[in-house]
Design a protein around this ligand. Structure first.
Ligand code: NAP
Length: 455
């Protein structure tokens, strides 16, 4: 069996790799566990040295990594450079803050001494997606390794070159051999890795079906999971919104990563009083987004990562139109090779249509009309997902109230597009998953929060 990456811009094969045998994989897990038994005793200061070096390598070679991402999954190269630099920021952040986040916490009780300490768990399996092929891995690995764990990565089958490059970053940075390893396997081989007795926990970023399968397997074996799944982020455009800001923020939110982000804006819930004017400005902004060669620095929308995912998007558009949505821009696959899909805008989208009920993983925006704030909030929450969301209003106090108290999701941004930040926790509720990555919350997901009592 082999794993092959295909350039989605033109359909040509990039590289082919042999899939590892189950014995090979078991051997790597054993080696990672042996490495963990040393690494767990390193001080935070000692762990920070290679982590800071990894940050340096990511910055120095950002352009090479971006070109690799462009070839394997079509990411515009300027987005890839930004992604590699963001990974570097996370490495430095956890190198600098792990000791503080995981410091012993003294608790006054009737013991002579009692405290809480945070021990690493061991080998953690990371099952990762292709959409941010570097960032998704580093946002788990930087805190995970600083906490003293070892990691094995099963990356998405369409980005095997990125998986190898990431393992190489850690090796060149001077991490002990086997503290971080890549497993070149397909999804069918994941169960056997979860079953390995030395794999102590699993983190997945990906689709709902993958989340259900992995959580079920890990649950049977009573192994902890963190799941970062899909989203259908709502953006509320209220009647007091600055519509220039609304069009800019909503366009940025929708076309991020060529529309293939769990925290991309997907449903734009617009109060009727400003709907027509918003539609006009938003369509103009979306139409001006440049689609083209991902290696061209001015490209904003590259190809979709795979033709099968692009075809799913078209099915969602067609079924939504058949149920009464109207197409204001784009909406069909262009002729020619590659997995291209243009910036598209649908309006009159309502619950019951795929563009509302499902995650649209591509640059298709759904405008959902609402009478007023109350109906907009109800529609925002009428989703199986709960990852992120936005509120656009000139009244900042109103935006803060809706964000803090009313929207059911892991984060809400007021007058800005949702993005992850190493300093803030990231994750979802409902079918967007559970657990948190990043910040102090993320680094505490894969540790044993241990009570010590000294009489
Ligand atoms: P996916 O199938 O969930 O892939 C994510 C990772 O999980 C990959 O490494 C994949 O391996 C693995 N995987 C898939 N099914 C598995 C299973 N049953 N057991 C163990 N591992 C499994 O995502 P996709 O096919 O690339 O994209 C499909 C949809 O997922 C998208 O349309 C979107 O809705 C969602 N998605 C969300 C995110 C996010 O950041 N939240 C990212 C990517 C995709 P293989 O590549 O070898 O199959």
């Amino acid at each position: 069996m082999s794993i092959q990456s295909i350039n989605p811009a033109n359909g040509e094969a990039v590289a082919t790799y042999d899939e590892m045998t189950s014995q090979h994989v078991a051997g790597i897990v054993n080696s990672a566990h042996a490495a963990f038994n040393e690494w767990r005793h390193a001080s935070y200061a000692d762990r920070a040295v290679p982590m800071r070096k990894a940050a340096e390598i990511l910055r120095k070679d950002a352009r090479d990594f971006a070109q690799l991402m462009a070839r394997e999954m079509g990411k515009p190269v300027r987005d890839g450079i930004a992604e590699a630099n963001k990974c570097a920021v996370a490495c430095d952040y956890f190198a600098g803050n792990a000791a503080k986040f995981l410091a012993r916490e003294a608790v006054a009780t009737d013991a002579r001494t009692s405290f809480v300490t945070f021990n690493p768990l061991g080998v953690v399996l990371a099952v990762m997606p292709w959409n941010f092929p570097f960032w998704q891995v580093f946002r788990f690995a930087a805190p995970g390794l600083m906490a003293g764990n070892a990691a094995v990565l099963k990356h998405a089958s369409n980005v095997p070159g990125c998986a190898i490059a990431i393992e190489d970053v850690f090796r060149r940075a001077g991490f002990p051999e086997n503290v971080f390893r890549t497993l070149m396997i397909g999804s069918k081989a994941v169960d056997a890795v979860i079953e390995h007795p030395l794999v102590r926990a699993v983190t997945l970023t990906g689709s709902g079906p993958a989340g259900r399968a992995i959580a079920a397997k890990a649950g049977q074996l009573l192994k902890k999971t963190v799941l970062e799944l899909g989203g259908s982020d709502p953006y509320l455009v209220l009647e007091d919104a600055d519509l220039g800001v609304a069009a800019d923020v909503c366009t940025k939110a929708r076309i991020v990563n060529s529309g293939q982000s769990c925290i991309a804006g997907k449903r734009f819930i617009v109060v009727e009083a400003v709907r027509e004017e918003f539609e006009r400005r938003f369509v103009a902004r979306m139409a001006a987004s440049k689609m083209g060669d991902p290696l061209d620095e001015s490209t904003q929308i590259g190809p979709q990562a795979r033709t099968d995912l692009r075809d799913t998007l078209q099915r969602q558009v067609d079924q939504s139109l058949a149920k009464g949505a109207r197409c204001l821009l784009g909406g069909s696959i262009p002729d020619g090779p590659g997995a291209w899909y243009p910036a598209s805008v649908l309006t009159d989208v309502r619950p019951g249509m795929p563009a509302f009920d499902e995650e649209t993983f591509g640059p298709v925006a759904a405008i959902v009309p609402a009478r007023d704030e109350a109906e907009a909030v109800t529609l925002a929450n009428a989703s199986v997902f709960g990852l992120g969301g936005g509120v656009i209003t000139r009244d900042v106090a109103r935006g803060e109230r809706i964000a803090a108290d009313l929207i059911e999701s892991g984060c809400v941004f007021v007058n800005d597009a949702v993005r992850s930040d190493a300093r803030l926790p990231f994750g979802g509720i409902k079918e967007s998953g559970y657990g948190r990555e990043l910040a102090s919350f993320g680094i505490r997901e894969f540790v044993n929060i241990k009570t010590v009592w000294v009489a």
